[in-house]
Design a protein around this ligand. Structure first.
Ligand code: ATP
Ligand SMILES: Nc1nc2c(ncn2[C@@H]2O[C@H](COP(=O)(O)O)[C@@H](O)[C@H]2O)c(=O)[nH]1
Length: 206
């Protein structure tokens, strides 16, 4: 019986709640993972590297990828395209890796509709308050006032999707939140391994 199962850990949450910061902490404590690097039409921020943070592409190239069916999911988020490439995700799952998605609520809904949903564990992350979210976006100082206002406005819409997720995590104290996320990542592998139920039942019956 195969015991090397792939799994998907999908995290969403309003811009600035600390998803990337939390993931950096989690990577210190988990192994055999693959972070799905998204493709986006957003301009790179200072310090962001192509192929590390995102694959930064033009709108035309993104639309060609849509046409060629290269995405598992894609969405317009805060005015730009973002998408998850299907091929590397499938390969990582085949290799038994824990595949990590940092995607928005629309992407979550779309992944849930695909045949990869059996591998999925999802977590919605927030700050304790909306004020704290705004303050983190301001302190991060990577976006203009207009962009921050748009992201805070969208946060109020995104929070309504909270009940669609398996877990809800408040990123208040970073250390506490990252420990909880490590536990969820480990549970995600166990959940995906239950996929083998049918195989076990059929072995018992034959
Ligand atoms: N627990 C925390 N307490 C205080 N500040 C935090 C905490 N976690 C993250 N931050 C800070 O909040 C800011 C936003 O964090 P981060 O960039 O990780 O958010 P994000 O959810 O990945 O945002 P986006 O969706 O825009 O990519 C950063 O400046 C980060 O240092
Ligand atoms: N539906 C998707 N959403 C994605 C993807 N990659 C990132 N995101 C989400 O976009 C926002 C904004 O990110 P930022 O880097 O511009 O601050 C954030 O909520 C991400 O989770 C994707 O491939 N698909």
């Amino acid at each position: 019986m195969q015991d090397n199962h792939g799994a998907i850990l999908l995290i969403s949450g309003p811009s600035g709640c600390g998803k990337s910061t939390l993931l950096k902490e989690v990577y210190k404590d988990i192994s055999e993972y693959y972070f799905s690097i998204s493709t986006t039409t957003r301009a790179p921020r200072e310090g962001e590297k192509n192929g590390v943070d995102y694959f930064f592409v033009s709108k035309e190239d993104f639309e060609k990828d849509i046409k060629d069916k290269n995405f598992l999911e894609y969405a317009n988020v805060h005015g730009n395209y973002y998408g998850t490439s299907l091929k590397p995700v499938k390969e990582a799952l085949k290799d038994g890796k824990l595949v990590i998605f940092d995607i928005d609520v629309q992407g979550h809904d779309l992944v849930k509709k695909t045949d990869l949903c059996s591998f999925l564990t999802s977590v919605f992350i927030t700050t304790p308050t909306l004020k704290e979210l705004e303050s983190r976006l301001n302190n991060r100082a990577t976006d203009s006032k207009d962009i921050i206002a748009k992201r805070v406005k969208n946060a109020k819409i995104e929070i309504n999707s909270i009940d669609k997720y398996d877990y809800f995590l408040i990123n208040d104290n970073l250390d506490d939140a990252s420990k909880k996320l490590v536990s969820i990542a480990n549970a995600a592998r166990i959940k995906a391994s239950l996929f083998n139920k049918k195989q076990i039942i059929s072995e018992w019956m034959n």
